[in-house]
Design a protein around this ligand. Structure first.
Ligand code: EPU
Length: 347
C-alpha cells in the first residue's frame, strides 16, 4: 500500500492550514485495508478531500486517505443504480450523472469533497440531502476486517449527521456509496432561490442555477481558503422562536416538525455584526457569514479563536449556542469544539 512519512497536509485541506502527519496511508484495495496496522494507542483521522476539516495543530495524527476509485451504473425499467468509490470527487459525480441523463443530484452540485465523505455528514443544500438518494454504503470494519453493507436506514441520516459520525466513528472506513435514481424525475425547486425556474426546468438548468447561487455567495476554496459552512444551523423549539420573533420579526426560520424549527446561523452571525469581520489573517466571509475564511494564516488555532469569538457573540445576543460542523483535528485526533476551547485556554 502506498504510504508516506512526515507528510505535509497543507494541500490536503481546503483551509490551507500547515500541518504535518507522521504517516499517511492511501489504501486502494480491501487487501490494503486488511494490512493497516492496529491504531490502538495512536490517534488517527480518516481524510477525504479535506473540505470539512480543520487541522488545529502543526502536528496532525496518522492519516488514512482512502483511494477507492470507480463508478458503475446499472439500470432497471424504473431506476438507475450508481455505485461510486469513496475517493471519487463529489461534483464530478454530479456532472457525470447529468451528462448520462441520470437526474436527482443536481441540487448538490459544486459541493467540495469526496464521495466517501458525503454520507458521513449527510451533505445537503438547496432543498436536498444525500440521504434522499443514498441506498447503501459499503464500509470496512477495522475490528472484524469485514465489509459491512449499511442500507439507508442503518446509516441513521439526519441534518449534517449519520451513524458514521456517531456509533461507527473511527471504527471503519467507507469504501463505496450507492445511489438509486428513479427514471421518473421531477425538479426539486423547494428552495426559494430555485422557485423562479418555471414549471419544467431541465436538470441541467437546475444544476446551472445551483452553481451560480453558490458562486455568488460562497468563496471558492482554491482562491480564498475555507471549509464551506463553518457552523451548523441551530435547531430550537417553538417557544424560543416566538420570543426571538418578538424582538427580530425578520428572523428566517424553517419548521422541522415536532415543535422544532431550524434557524439560519448565517443570519444570526450577520445580526451580531460579524459579517466581514477580520482578525489575525482569518475572518467571517463578507457575502455569507456562515463561512469562516483564511486570508493569510497557516495556523488552525487562529480559526478556532475566531470561531469561539463568533460563537460567544451569537450566544450573548440571542442566547443560542451554535456549534461547528467542521471537524477539528489535533495531534491527539478528532476533538469536539468545547474540549478544544478549554484546552486552548489552559495553554
Ligand atoms: N443569511 C443572512 N446572512 C448571511 C447568510 C445567510 O442573513 O450572511 C440568511 C439568508 O438571507 C437566508 C438564510 O440566512 O434567509 C439562509 O441562508 P442560505 O439559504 O444562504 O443558507 P444557509 O442556511 O446559510 C445552508 C447550508 C449550506 C447550503 C445552503 C443552501 C448549513 C450549515 N449550510 O446554508 O451548506 O449551501 O443552506 O441550501 O446547513 C455547507 O454545508 O458547507 C454549505 C454551504
Amino acid at each position: 500500500m502506498e504510504l508516506s512519512h512526515q507528510f505535509s497536509l497543507q494541500e490536503y485541506n481546503s483551509f490551507n492550514i500547515k500541518a504535518v502527519s507522521p504517516t499517511i496511508y492511501f489504501p486502494r484495495t480491501v487487501t490494503d485495508l486488511e494490512q493497516l496496522p492496529k491504531f490502538v494507542d495512536n490517534p488517527f483521522y480518516i481524510l477525504g478531500d479535506g473540505s470539512n476539516t480543520l487541522f488545529v495543530d502543526d502536528h496532525a495524527p496518522i492519516i488514512i486517505k482512502p483511494d477507492f476509485k470507480g463508478i458503475s451504473i446499472s439500470e432497471t425499467r424504473d431506476n438507475y443504480t450508481v455505485s461510486v468509490g469513496a475517493a471519487e470527487n463529489w461534483h464530478d459525480l454530479v456532472c457525470l450523472c447529468i451528462e448520462q441523463g441520470i437526474y436527482g443530484l443536481e441540487n448538490l452540485a459544486l459541493i467540495p469533497g469526496s464521495v466517501g465523505a458525503a454520507p458521513v455528514q449527510n451533505i445537503g443544500a438547496y432543498g436536498l440531502e444525500l440521504s434522499h438518494f443514498c441506498t447503501q454504503v459499503k464500509w470496512f470494519e477495522f475490528s472484524s476486517k469485514a465489509i459491512k453493507v449499511l442500507d439507508n436506514k442503518d446509516c441513521q441520516f439526519s441534518y449534517r449527521d449519520s451513524i458514521f459520525k456517531q456509533a461507527l466513528h473511527n471504527k471503519g472506513i467507507i469504501i463505496d456509496v450507492e445511489f438509486s435514481f428513479p427514471k421518473a424525475w421531477k425538479a426539486n425547486l423547494s428552495y426559494a432561490g430555485l422557485s423562479d425556474l418555471g414549471n419544467n426546468p431541465s436538470a441541467k438548468q437546475v444544476m446551472d442555477r445551483v452553481i451560480s447561487l453558490r458562486q455568488a455567495k460562497l468563496p471558492d476554496p482554491c482562491k480564498l481558503p475555507n471549509a464551506g459552512s463553518f457552523f451548523k444551523n441551530p435547531i430550537v423549539n417553538e417557544q424560543k422562536l416566538i420570543s426571538l420573533k418578538n424582538s427580530y420579526p425578520k428572523l428566517p426560520f424553517y419548521p422541522q416538525g415536532k415543535g422544532l424549527v431550524k434557524l439560519a446561523a448565517g443570519w444570526l452571525i450577520e445580526q451580531a455584526g460579524l459579517k466581514g469581520y477580520r482578525e489575525k489573517g482569518v475572518g467571517v466571509h463578507e457575502h455569507q457569514a456562515l463561512v469562516l475564511v483564511n486570508y493569510a494564516s497557516e495556523q488552525g488555532e487562529d480559526i478556532v479563536t475566531l470561531a469561539k469569538y463568533v460563537q460567544q457573540q451569537v450566544l450573548a445576543k440571542f442566547d443560542i449556542s451554535i456549534s461547528p460542523e467542521v471537524r477539528m483535528i489535533t495531534a491527539k485526533g478528532e476533538q469536539n469544539f468545547v474540549d478544544l476551547v478549554v484546552d486552548l485556554e489552559s495553554k
